[in-house]
Design a protein around this ligand. Structure first.
Ligand code: SF4
Length: 702
């Protein structure tokens, strides 16, 4: 009823799905729903929306919403639920130490939610055991940036793609996963046909339809491909010697490793490699865009650095139309990174391993505790839960029982944990069903805060609809628990604007320590100014070259020089064998998001792909006696799933692909992360979601 009465007035907010960060105008329709339009004033999308964004109004119905706290399966008051959470966490910390508790959060959280979660865990509980599902999405890019630049900084802007002579899309199905950026690129190419696009992906995806060239690289061959490019850059005399001499270290070592690489790992012909290398080197303005195909690898960080090496060697970084560019999967993966949302980072791009940085943050927070090093990254965190080392676990706005690799094992670990709290908008997730305490959180359209998109643009997400039932914003729930644990003064925020002000002020501390992330000019922003805050790209304090970084050669390493790294390419960690002969690739479909808690509500979105499927090559299908649309069983050493066969020339022999979205309590529902081996990148901790070994057979009910 409250929603039916919501005032019909368009509110400028942002889409809660991918990292493009599109502006949305949302207007209550008087029936409890929303009318949705693209926001022409938002720089990321200039009014465009994709299918998911435009269907947002179809996903706000309350039918499956969690409307009140639950304790052990029964409805409870907020006081009872919060008292219990605080008491259980405090008891665990008292009896077993701060590292006996953990928080697993999400790139769906707003920056203000993320900020207080980190402040509570790192500054007050005294553990760095807070990690995020963004670990599964872009941790390798973070690691690559930090190794090369000294900080986790995306050098360029979306506009660079439109100014480039060549856009290389590596491991990115942009057309489905970042559709508005794809639309922008397609429009730029149409307006200027000399703009070349190359896609590099084992699959010929929808994105490849835009490309002048598609390179069907062998799974895991990206490091060798870009090492080969670096070797060719040197051989052709295309190094920007002046830029390297002034601003870069490590070139000789990187080149030596590059020259030793086996280009056979790419699976590409000499002609394909030669044509790609010539095009890359001869195009003055090159943007190399990379996404999950690079990041979700047991050598993802090395692949990121192999790409960055080529841009550093040629000085093609931070200038209009040039640079390496990581696109993030989630709406606020970047905001989470900015407030230390990963177990190995502090807020505002400060390092948890630097004593001076820890002291500065602790001093700013006036906090009693600060961990002296990184906490457990996602895979290790759930291993610690499994081993009983984590005794109290708080999962916020994510569904690890489905989305973590070896998901069956993770589900069992959560089930066996002494005390599990889940904050979410619904009780109907595989993870929520395992909770001892369920806390109803407000969802998109009901909460206020900020998010940061893939080009460092900070935008407001605004409330359009009243909170349903007893649901509360995540920041408020976290602060309420902190207060019950005795830290009320430090968490006495009256709204997200107050949190933003504190976070902006902390960024000034980071700026004083020489870090790039500084939005301290907003530390005194009023509530009204925060409400009206227009999208902006950081840095704010020293805006350089239209918001780009590194063209001036100033990096955030100790000697201010960028680092090129020697990269030794490695194949996916899971070995193919006679028993498991297929390489298992996973990813998204166009019209669903993560584990479908929202997109499944839209009949329109569900029409695109109605059920989970396994894409496989026609020759492999024929060899296995599998016909299109038959059910197949896919098995790995970790688990199994039953999927519908999609026989397609778009995928190579020996490779198969399945979307990650479907959920449920049985393998037959297509819970494909149950199959994924929990192999991780040793630097970033990101799981190799695209390289498991599986076998396939026709499904038999017997
Ligand atoms: Fe939302 Fe991404 Fe689509 Fe934009 S491109 S409308 S941010 S899902």
């Amino acid at each position: 009823d409250l929603r039916r009465g919501a005032r019909a007035c368009a509110v400028a907010t942002t889409c809660p799905y991918c990292g493009v960060g599109c502006g949305v105008l949302a207007e209550p329709d008087g029936q409890g729903g929303l009318k949705i339009r693209g926001d022409k004033a938002h720089p990321a999308n200039a009014g465009k929306l994709c299918s998911k964004g435009s269907a947002l109004g179809e996903t706000v119905a309350l039918d499956d919403r969690l409307l009140a706290p639950q304790v052990m399966g029964r409805e409870a008051s907020w006081n009872e639920a919060l008292d219990l959470v605080a008491a259980k966490f405090a008891a665990s910390i008292r009896e077993h130490g701060p590292d006996s508790v953990a928080m697993y959060v999400s790139g769906q959280l707003l920056t203000e939610d993320y900020y207080v979660a980190n402040k509570l865990m790192k500054g007050y509980v005294g553990t760095a055991n807070i990690d995020t599902n963004s670990r599964l999405c872009m941790a390798s890019s973070v690691a690559g940036h930090r190794r090369a630049f000294g900080t986790d900084t995306v050098p360029g802007l979306y506009a660079d793609w439109e100014e480039a002579d060549l856009v290389v899309l590596v491991g990115s199905n942009l057309a489905w996963c970042h559709p508005v950026l794809y639309q922008r690129l397609a429009a730029a190419k149409k307006a200027r046909p000399t703009l070349k696009v190359v896609t590099i992906d084992p699959r010929r995806t929808a994105t490849s339809d835009l490309a002048d060239t598609h390179l069907a690289i062998a799974p895991g061959g990206d490091g060798a491909l870009f090492n080969g490019l670096l070797a060719r850059i040197v051989a052709q005399g295309a190094v920007d010697s002046a830029y390297v001499a002034r601003h870069v270290s490590g070139l000789p070592e990187a080149v030596e490793a590059a020259c030793a690489s086996d280009l056979g790992m790419t699976g590409l012909s000499a002609e394909e490699l030669d044509a790609f290398y010539r095009l890359w080197i001869d195009s003055e303005k090159v943007v190399t865009v990379y996404s999950q195909g690079i990041n979700q690898s047991s050598s993802g960080s090395d692949k990121v650095n192999a790409i960055i090496n080529c841009h550093l060697a040629t000085g093609r970084i931070g200038k209009p139309g040039m640079g390496p560019f990581s696109v993030t999967g989630q709406p606020n993966a970047m905001g989470g990174r900015e407030v230390g949302g990963l177990a190995n980072m502090l807020a505002c791009h400060l390092d948890i391993e630097e004593p001076a940085h820890r002291d500065a943050v602790q001093g700013f927070w006036v906090s009693p505790e600060m961990p002296d090093g990184p906490g457990l990254k996602a895979v290790d965190m759930f291993r610690a839960v499994e081993q009983g080392r984590i005794k109290a676990l708080w999962i916020i706005s994510t569904n690890p029982a489905v989305s973590m690799p070896e998901a069956d094992r993770v589900r069992a670990a959560i089930e066996g944990c002494d005390f599990v709290v889940v904050s979410d908008i619904t009780a109907r997730t595989d993870t929520a069903e395992l909770a001892d305490v369920l806390l109803p959180a407000t969802g998109w359209g009901e909460k206020d805060g900020t998010v940061t998109n893939s080009e460092r643009m900070i935008s407001r997400q605004r409330r359009v609809l009243p909170a349903p039932g007893a649901a509360r914003p995540d920041w408020k729930i976290i602060c309420d628990v902190a207060a019950r644990m005795g830290w009320g003064e430090a968490f006495d925020f009256d709204g997200p604007a107050a949190i933003f002000r504190e976070y902006a002020a902390l960024s000034g501390v980071a700026g004083a320590l020489g870090r790039d992330f500084d939005i301290s000019a907003l530390a005194e922003i009023s509530d009204a100014e925060y409400e009206a805050l227009a999208p902006f790209c950081w840095p704010l304090s020293a805006r350089k070259s239209g918001g780009r970084f590194f063209a001036d050669g100033h990096f955030y390493t100790k000697d201010n020089r960028a680092r090129m790294l020697p990269i030794t390419p490695r194949a996916p960690q899971s070995q193919l064998s006679e028993a498991y002969p297929f390489r298992f690739n996973t990813g998204r479909v166009r019209d669903h998001w993560h584990t479908m808690t929202r997109t499944a509500k839209s009949a329109r979105l569900s029409q695109h792909m109605a059920e989970p499927y396994l894409e496989l090559n026609p020759t492999d299908a024929a060899d296995l006696g599998i016909k299109p649309a038959q059910l197949v069983t896919v098995e790995s050493p970790a688990g199994s799933a039953i999927l519908r066969a999609m026989v397609s020339e778009r995928i190579g022999r020996g490779e198969v692909f399945a979307p990650m979205h479907w959920t449920g309590q049985t393998a037959s529902a297509g819970r494909i992360d149950a199959l994924v081996a929990a192999n991780t990148d040793p630097v970033s901790g990101q799981p190799e979601s695209k390289g498991s070994a599986v076998r396939i057979r026709r499904f038999s009910a017997a």
